[in-house]
Design a protein around this ligand. Structure first.
Ligand SMILES: *Cc1c(COP(=O)(O)O)cnc(C)c1O
Length: 381
């Protein structure tokens, strides 16, 4: 079956008892045992629940994995990966990194003696220079944030295999509709399912997907021990959102392309970062890795100072000034004070995130309305 069909049917079998076409939401936290010392498939909902299991089945399938785990948030999922390691271990991550992951790696993992080096993974010398005997994990994002950098996934797979590292890919910005890193040889796919997978800004969920049952068991052990699974209502909303993932992505990517082209012609815009534009340094790699689409996220800078930048951010009417992304509602954000505020100022500068950078998440509204909204906001400067 094709992707869109699987998104609707896998993990969504009709309820055998009632015939309901939508599986019920199981709120139960505990499950009757078949006998003393005997265990059924479920016993306690921290360890597993039927609703979570259904949605894990869907996402594992869409990512071409064998197993998935759902978490209370994307950060809980990433944290679970880092808990595979211990004092003295070392992680290499791509520099164009989600602000929350930066904070987790630099301000939480360091407390347990896990060290982190940020590099541009597309520079082989930088990668090699960062490598240590204690390096255990290479961590990348399919589309980097907020500069929309595109890491060469195949090259990262080769490097990870050569040096016996796990390769973890935060696939939030692409979603499995655009890229399936496990098919390319990655070990772990992570999602903030809060974003495209849920798609409606109404459920906070994280996910890890693997294609190796042994690795899944190690991650499950950490998840169960730490108690970071998501609740049944969130799992249900995620499953519902994923049914329309592909069609939402396709349409939102098309609109994003139109907006990126429009902005790059706009007299008040000095720079547009969108992988769909030939001027973007990651354009060729994006063409190879993203299934003919280029995502719905872009960043741009206006011809003006910080005050002008802020004026644009607060003047849009359809683009809501808010963090997060990937939903049907379009959003506008100022990375330096919002998503990347947890970076040290020098780290922000080193990562190329200027105070004048504006980020858009393009939603499912009509493209003409969105372009009109950006035009009126830009006319304020
Ligand atoms: C939002 C986000 C996260 C964190 O996910 P939460 O669900 O907010 O905890 C991680 N990575 C990326 C790329 C994100 O956009």
């Amino acid at each position: 079956m094709k992707f869109r069909t699987r998104a609707i049917h896998v993990g969504n079998e009709p309820d055998p008892q009632t015939g309901a076409v939508v599986p019920p939401i199981y709120l139960a936290t505990t499950f009757i045992q078949p006998g003393v010392g005997e265990w059924g498939e479920f016993d306690y909902s921290r360890s597993g629940s039927p609703t979570r299991k259904n949605v894990e089945t869907t996402i594992a399938d869409l990512e071409s994995g064998t197993n998935a785990l759902l978490f209370a948030s994307g950060m809980a999922a990433t944290h679970c990966v880092t808990m595979l390691f211990q004092k003295g271990d070392h992680i290499i991550a791509n520099r164009d990194l989600y602000g929350g992951s930066y904070r987790l790696l630099h301000k939480i993992c360091d407390r347990s003696g896990i060290e982190v080096t940020l590099v541009d993974v597309n520079q082989p010398e930088e990668l090699k220079a960062a490598l240590r005997p204690q390096t255990k994990l290479l961590w990348i994002e399919t589309i980097g944030n907020p500069l929309m950098s595109i890491p060469n996934i195949r090259q990262c797979v080769a490097f990870a295999r050569e040096h016996n590292l796990l390769l973890g890919v935060d696939n939030t910005f692409a979603s499995p509709a655009l890229c399936r890193p496990l098919e390319l040889g990655a070990d772990i796919v992570m999602h903030s399912a809060t974003k495209y997978l849920g798609g409606h800004s109404d459920c906070l969920v994280g996910a890890l997907v693997t294609a190796d049952p042994e690795l899944h068991k190690r991650l499950y052990f950490v998840q169960n021990a730490c108690g970071s699974a998501c609740g049944p209502l969130e799992a249900y909303l995620l499953g519902r959102g994923m049914k329309t993932l592909e069609i939402r992505m396709r349409e939102q990517c098309r609109t994003a392309m139109q907006i990126a082209e429009h902005l790059s012609q706009h007299p008040k815009v000095t720079r547009v970062l969108y992988p769909g534009l030939k001027t973007h340094p990651g354009h060729e790699l994006a063409r190879e890795q993203l299934n003919g689409m280029f995502g719905t996220m872009m960043s741009f800078e206006v011809n003006g100072d910080l005050a002008a930048t802020k004026m644009v951010c607060k003047s849009t009417e359809l683009f809501g000034l808010a963090v997060s992304l990937g939903a049907v509602e379009s959003l506008i954000a100022h990375p330096a004070t919002m998503s990347h505020a947890s970076y040290a100022p020098e780290a922000r500068a080193a990562a190329g995130i200027s105070d004048r950078l504006i980020r858009l998440s393009v939603g499912l509204e009509d493209p003409e309305d969105l372009i009109h909204d950006l035009n009126q906001a830009l006319s304020k400067i």
